[in-house]
Design a protein around this ligand. Structure first.
Ligand code: FAD
Length: 446
């Protein structure tokens, strides 16, 4: 390290962690316990100038950069082996202006912090379903959640971004400033720089929600799922339909409602069309509780593997594949789920943002969770077979659910015209592909 670099690292508002330091192992640990990489240094960034110093230092030392917010990326892109990890977790402040209905959120904040700060005023914006997920990675890839059918994807609600580029410049991206960058940041992932602050639009959502779940044995679920699909197509925007095929042999069909539970209760009789469930669960809760009710089951310290698809339609054959979850010879079925899109997501013109798949009817996902490394191959293969069974019905993939698909996955996440525009933005803002530990948009010259 040159003297000037040492000085810039010593004058950080946050600090540097090196192998052997007390918090080093904690800082390099991410959600998926299969990720075990050792950065050469971890820069804990507490200010925009820390991020600038980290980017410049990495470039001068020719170190690979990983950017960490919530650490939930499936493959642990945030942690560069032997590289420099930009740890944004100290940049986690959330400020809400309830009158203007805006939130300014640090690039390292978790969803729970945004939800709690906004809900103190009866406000919210679309955020994901697990409160320990990072605002950074989720928003940059699009951001799907229980409010999306009412208010659009998370990225549809970003008014502006503060970004540190690959050259260490600090820019603001909005409809009026660097509009090309603003377009790319709304779905293009972490390809164009480090976002140090997101400015979100908030909505009056109230503070209540309701979740309805009707359970069917898998061998009786086909008819119920057909009715569930048809109801979903005409459902009110407050309702997001969900289906979960569990490892317990049950298929759980229902919806999550955000808003006055009285509306949900008035809608519940429609679910009689599903037939007779073996169990029913209807639960009212606060929106904040809804947003963290999956936190434990989606907790840290497990080995994980997941696959996803977007579906523009759910024909009967796709329902059969969803229930089968493999090639029919499976002895250990993985769990799989569907979550409805539509509503306000599709009000946004497709050309408005980089996000690749407006017009999706359902997102399908299958996730495996285990602890014994000896099971790695088997559990990964099972999830892959479930994904292969759904593939004939898929129209693409959510960039944030990509696992190990490489460049082919990126082509599935963005249609060709969007990929071409993203490549032009990459050429303009990161021609050397400094930010490549992500679903990588490769610049032309590389
Ligand atoms: P990280 O691993 O910290 O970041 C992922 C990548 O994003 C980084 O490698 C970097 O390239 C980029 N990045 C992150 N922050 C910044 C920043 N500030 N500036 C620049 N680049 C940045 N997605 C949904 O849409 N809805 C959901 O409900 C949902 N639920 C999930 C639940 C769980 C338990 C998990 C594991 C994932 C879920 N996801 C969901 C997917 C989620 O959007 C992605 O995993 C996302 O990458 C997580 O972001 P992160 O900040 O936590 O991850």
């Amino acid at each position: 390290m040159t003297t000037s670099m040492q000085t810039s690292m010593q004058s950080l508002d946050g600090g540097v962690l090196l192998p052997g330091d007390e918090s080093y192992d904690q800082a390099r640990t991410v959600w998926n316990a299969m990720v075990d990489r050792r950065p050469r240094l971890i820069v804990r960034c507490a200010s925009v100038s820390d991020v600038v110093a980290a980017v410049r230092t990495a470039r001068e030392l020719d170190l690979e950069i990983g950017v960490r917010c919530g650490g939930h990326n499936n493959t642990g892109h945030a942690v560069p082996d032997g590289g420099l990890m930009i740890d944004l977790t100290p940049l986690s402040a959330v400020r809400v202006d309830p009158v203007r209905r805006r939130a300014w959120v640090g690039g390292g904040a978790l969803l729970g912090a945004l939800d709690r700060a906004a809900q103190a005023h009866g406000l919210a914006t679309t955020a994901g379903n697990v409160s320990h997920t990072g605002v950074g990675g989720l928003t940059l890839g699009g951001g799907m959640g229980w409010l999306a059918r009412q208010h659009g994807l998370t990225c549809d609600n970003v008014e502006s971004y503060q970004v540190v580029t690959a050259s260490g410049e600090v820019l603001r991206a909005s409809r009026d400033e660097h509009p090309d960058l603003y377009w790319g940041l709304r779905g293009g992932g972490g390809n164009f720089g480090v976002v140090t602050e997101f400015e979100f639009r908030l909505h009056r959502t109230g503070t209540r929600s309701l979740a309805a779940q009707y359970d069917f044995p898998v061998d009786r679920a086909f008819g119920a799922m057909r009715a569930w699909r048809d109801l979903s197509a005409a459902a009110p925007r407050q309702a997001t339909f969900t289906a979960d095929a569990g490892r317990d042999g049950l298929v759980k069909l229902g919806f999550v409602w955000v808003g006055d539970p009285a509306g949900a209760r008035a809608y519940l009789p429609s679910l009689a069309a599903l037939g007779r469930p073996v169990a029913t669960r209807v639960q009212e809760m606060s929106y904040v509780d809804l947003q963290s009710r999956e936190d434990a089951v989606q907790g840290h310290a497990y080995r994980r593997y997941s696959k996803g698809h977007y579906l523009r339609a759910l024909p009967d054959a796709a329902i059969e594949a969803f229930l089968l979850r493999g090639d029919g010879a499976e002895t250990d079925l993985p769990s799989a789920g569907l979550q409805a899109h539509g509503g306000a997501i599709d009000d946004v013109p497709d050309a408005d943002a980089a996000f690749g798949h407006r017009g999706t009817m359902f997102e399908w996902g299958s996730g495996a969770r285990w602890t014994d490394p000896a099971q790695d191959a088997e559990r990964i293969a099972t999830a892959r077979r479930a994904a292969a069974a759904m593939e004939p019905f898929a129209s693409g993939v959510y960039v944030n659910s990509l696992a190990d698909e490489g460049a082919e996955g990126v082509r599935r996440a963005y249609p060709p015209a969007k990929l071409a525009r993203l490549t032009a933005i990459k050429d303009a803002y990161d021609p050397d592909n400094v930010f490549h530990l992500n679903a990588n948009i490769r610049p032309t010259q590389r």
